[in-house]
Design a protein around this ligand. Structure first.
Ligand code: NAD
Length: 504
C-alpha cells in the first residue's frame, strides 16, 4: 500500500493510490483489480485512486467479520478491553487529525480547518463509547419470589456500515464507536467519492491493536459493494447514512434475513426566528448553520422562517452576511466554504437556483459562480426570500448553499410550516419567551430541536430523524439499543411440583 504522508499530499500534481482493501486484518488487492478515481472538487482533477471492492470482496469481509465475532472478539475480549482499544483509537485519531483532514479536504473540498475539527470530534466519539463499553447493563426484572428474571444486552453480530461522502470519518465514528463498544464486528463501506480516509482509519484500527476481522473496510460502488453488504445473509444489521431513496432500496435488500436497520437520512431543517428573539445572535448562527460545509449537511438550516415584523430586516441582514462569506480553495486558511463535492451535486444546486429564478422568488444574493474561481465545483452562497413554502425549493433537500427565507404570521403558522415537509431531522427556534420555547419545541416533528442555538451535536445527545429523515437514533446512550439485542432470562426457583395441565 502506498505510504501516505502530509508532505506528499501537498503536491497537487501527484495522484495518490490506496490499492488495498482491509479485510480480516490483511491488506489485500481488490478482486476486480479496478481502482476508483477520486476527483479533487476544487481542481476537477483526479487526485487519488482507491481499490474498488466488488461482491467477492464484500463476501470475504463479511466472513472475516463473522469469524472475529464468533471467535476472539466475542469470547476472549472483555468489555473493558474493548474500551481500551477504543481509547487507543481515539488517541491515534488525535495524533493524525491533520493528515486525515488533508485527505478529506482533497476528497470532498471542505476547508481543512473544518475537516481537522471533524477528526478531533470523531476522536471524541471513540472516547465517549470507550468509556461506555463496560457499563452496558441489563436489568433485574421483579416477577415473584419463585423466579429470578433478568435481561442481558448482547451484540447483534456483524454490522454493515454504509457511509456518505460529506463527513466520512466523522460519520463513521458515529457507527464504529458504539458498534464496537457493544461487541459487534463491522464491515464498513465508505462512499465512492471519498473512500481513502476510511482506509487510513483502518490503518489506525490496526495500529490500535484490534483483532483481525473486527473492522473491515471495503470501498466500492453503492450498487455493487453496498448492495451486497445490505443483502448479505450473514450480516445482522445495516447502519446507513445517506439519501432516503437509497435507504428505501437498502430496506428492500435487507429484508431477506430481516436485518436490523438504522438510517440517518436527509433533512430540510426549519430555523424559526420569532420577533422577540435576540436577532444579532440568531443572524450570526443562521449564517454558519445555513452555509457551513457548502450546504452539504443533512442538518442544514435551509428553511429560515421569520416572524413578519422582523422579516424584511432579518432577510436583508442575512443576505448581506452571506455575500461576505469567503468561498475558496480548501487549503487557503481564509476560506469559509469550499466547492461542492461533485459535478452532479453542483448541477443539482444550480437546478434549484434556476427553479427559484423561474418561480420569481426574490434573489437577495448569490445565484452564480464566485468571481475568480473558474475551475472547481464552486457556487455562491445564495439567499432567496418570499419562497413559496410548497415549492420544490422549500420542500426538497438541495445539499447546496441555498437558503429559503419565508415569513410567518403566528406561532401556529410557524409550527405548521416547520412540520410541513417529508423530513424531520433537526429544528431550531429563536425566542426570548421561555414558555413559547418549550411549547414549540414539543410541537416540532424533528429528532433534535434547539432553542437559541442550532444543531448541537454531541456524543452524549441522541440524534436521528422523524419521517423520511430516518429510522433509529445515533449517539447518546440510546444508540446502544441499535447495536444490541435484549435477551430475557427467566429462572424458575420454585421447589413445588410444577402444575401439569395435561395430567388429567
Ligand atoms: P447516497 O445515499 O447516495 O449514498 C450513501 C451511501 O450509500 C454510499 O456509500 C453509497 O455508495 C451507498 N449506496 C448507494 N446505493 C446503494 C445501494 N443500492 N445499496 C447499498 N448502498 C448504496 O448519499 P450521499 O449522496 O453519499 O450523501 C448525501 C445524503 O446523505 C444526503 O441526503 C444527506 O442528507 C444524507 N446525510 C445524512 C446524515 C444524517 O446524519 N442524517 C449525515 C450526512 C448525510
Amino acid at each position: 500500500m502506498t505510504d501516505t504522508t502530509a508532505s506528499t499530499l501537498d503536491r497537487a500534481d501527484q495522484v495518490r493510490t490506496w490499492d488495498r482493501l482491509y479485510i480480516g486484518g490483511e491488506w489485500v488487492p481488490a478482486h476486480s483489480g479496478r481502482l476508483i478515481e477520486s476527483i479533487d472538487p476544487s481542481t476537477e482533477q483526479v487526485w487519488a485512486l482507491v481499490a474498488e471492492a466488488d461482491e467477492y470482496d464484500v463476501d470475504a469481509a463479511v466472513a472475516a467479520a463473522r469469524a472475529a465475532f464468533d471467535g476472539p472478539w466475542r469470547h476472549a475480549t472483555t468489555p473493558a478491553q474493548r474500551g481500551v482499544l477504543l481509547y487507543r483509537l481515539a488517541e491515534l485519531l488525535r495524533r493524525d487529525a491533520g493528515r486525515l483532514a488533508e485527505i478529506e479536504s482533497r476528497d470532498n473540498g471542505k476547508p481543512v480547518r473544518d475537516t481537522t475539527g471533524e477528526m478531533l470530534r470523531a476522536a471524541d466519539w471513540f472516547t465517549f463509547y470507550a468509556g461506555l463499553a463496560d457499563k452496558l447493563r441489563g436489568a433485574q426484572v421483579p416477577v415473584s419470589e419463585d423466579a429470578h428474571a433478568y435481561t442481558i444486552r448482547q451484540p447483534v453480530g456483524v454490522v454493515g456500515a454504509i457511509l456518505p461522502w460529506n463527513s466520512p470519518i466523522s460519520l463513521s465514528s458515529w457507527k464504529l464507536a458504539p458498534a464496537l463498544a457493544a461487541g459487534n464486528t463491522v464491515v464498513m463501506k465508505p462512499a465512492e467519492l471519498t473512500s481513502s480516509s476510511a482506509l487510513e482509519l483502518a490503518r489506525l484500527v490496526e495500529e490500535a491493536g484490534f483483532p483481525p476481522g473486527v473492522v473491515n473496510v471495503v470501498p466500492g460502488y453503492g450498487g455493487v459493494a453496498g448492495a451486497r453488504l445490505a443483502s448479505h445473509p450473514d450480516v445482522d444489521k445495516v447502519s446507513f447514512t445517506g439519501e432516503h431513496r437509497t435507504a428505501q432500496e437498502i430496506m428492500r435488500q435487507a429484508a431477506g434475513n430481516l436485518k436490523r436497520i438504522s438510517f440517518e437520512c436527509g433533512g430540510k431543517s426549519p430555523y424559526i426566528v420569532f420577533a422577540d428573539a435576540d436577532l444579532d445572535r440568531a443572524l450570526a448562527v443562521a449564517v454558519h448553520s445555513g452555509f457551513r460545509s457548502t450546504g452539504q449537511s443533512c442538518s442544514l438550516a435551509s428553511r429560515v422562517l421569520v416572524e413578519r415584523p422582523v422579516y424584511e430586516e432579518f432577510a436583508a441582514r442575512l443576505a448581506e452576511r452571506a455575500a461576505r462569506i469567503r468561498v475558496g480553495m480548501p487549503f487557503d486558511p481564509r476560506t469559509h466554504i469550499g466547492p461542492q463535492t461533485s459535478r452532479a451535486q453542483l448541477e443539482k444546486t444550480q437546478s434549484f437556483i434556476e427553479d427559484g429564478r423561474r418561480a420569481g422568488f426574490r434573489l437577495l444574493t448569490g445565484g452564480g459562480r464566485p468571481a475568480g474561481l473558474d475551475r472547481g465545483y464552486f457556487v455562491e452562497p445564495t439567499v432567496f426570500a418570499d419562497v413559496d413554502h410548497d415549492s420544490r425549493m422549500a420542500q426538497e433537500e438541495i445539499f447546496g448553499p441555498v437558503l429559503s427565507v419565508i415569513p410567518f404570521e403566528s406561532e401556529d403558522d410557524a409550527v405548521r410550516m416547520a412540520n410541513g415537509t417529508r423530513y424531520g431531522l433537526v429544528g431550531g427556534l429563536w425566542t426570548s419567551d421561555v414558555r413559547r420555547a418549550h411549547r414549540v419545541a414539543a410541537r416540532i416533528e424533528t429528532g433534535l430541536v434547539s432553542v437559541n442555538t442550532f444543531r448541537p451535536i454531541l456524543p452524549s445527545l441522541p440524534y436521528g430523524g422523524f419521517k423520511l429523515s430516518g429510522i433509529g437514533r445515533e449517539n447518546g446512550l440510546e444508540v446502544m439499543a441499535e447495536y444490541t439485542e435484549t435477551k430475557a432470562v427467566y429462572v424458575d426457583l420454585s421447589v413445588d411440583e410444577p402444575a401439569d395441565p395435561f395430567a388429567d
